[in-house]
Design a protein around this ligand. Sequence first.
Ligand SMILES: CC(C)(COP(=O)(O)OP(=O)(O)OC[C@H]1O[C@@H](n2cnc3c(N)ncnc32)[C@H](O)[C@@H]1OP(=O)(O)O)[C@@H](O)C(=O)NCCC(=O)NCCS
Length: 168
Amino acid sequence: MTIVLETEHLTIRHWEEEDAPALLEIYQDPEVRLYLGNLAQSVEEQIERLRAIKARYREGGDRFGSWAIVDKTTGELVGAVMLKPLPGHDEIEVGWHLGRSAWGKGYATEAGRACIQYGFNQLGLTRIVAVVNPLNTRSIAVTQRLGMRPEGTVTAYEKELAFFVLEP
Ligand SMILES: CC(C)(COP(=O)(O)OP(=O)(O)OC[C@H]1O[C@@H](n2cnc3c(N)ncnc32)[C@H](O)[C@@H]1OP(=O)(O)O)[C@@H](O)C(=O)NCCC(=O)NCCS
């Protein structure tokens, strides 16, 4: 198991195929998937997607990625966090998905902050953005806890999304 980042409560690590059933269960919750796009429909499809994610980022030297968030106390997979190029834009985006039972604990903020610090300090990025469905108030609240500045809207993932920017 390769650890990517560690925070007070969380381990952020690369995906393992064994994560697929737990991740699928997280995404099958209607509250979790409300603002998310196209998700896997079966464990097999989820495994394929995890393999594709690993292959895609390995090609780029694993600078960017989508990673598993594990609760250090329980050892359970609680969600995903990503730092990666925003499709169609010359930007790097940070993003967060948590299982319903992990909401309300500050974990998205904690994982997002760790990715931002990694991006600025290890990768030398000068700007990190987030794109959020304007109705997704919980995710917008995460951007605000992280100090991200609202900059109107942007078209990404075929939708008009609220746009947030952070500079070091
Ligand atoms: C977006 C999402 C990750 C936000 O989760 P969240 O739990 O609201 O956000 P955080 O993990 O930062 O936790 C903040 C909450 O924990 C509380 N909290 C507890 N300890 C905290 C701490 N140390 N630091 C910050 N907040 C803390 C905060 O008061 C806040 O509570 P409340 O808003 O429920 O009153 C979650 O709703 C989700 O996964 N949604 C589905 C996927 C999705 O839409 N992702 C975003 C796509 S753009």
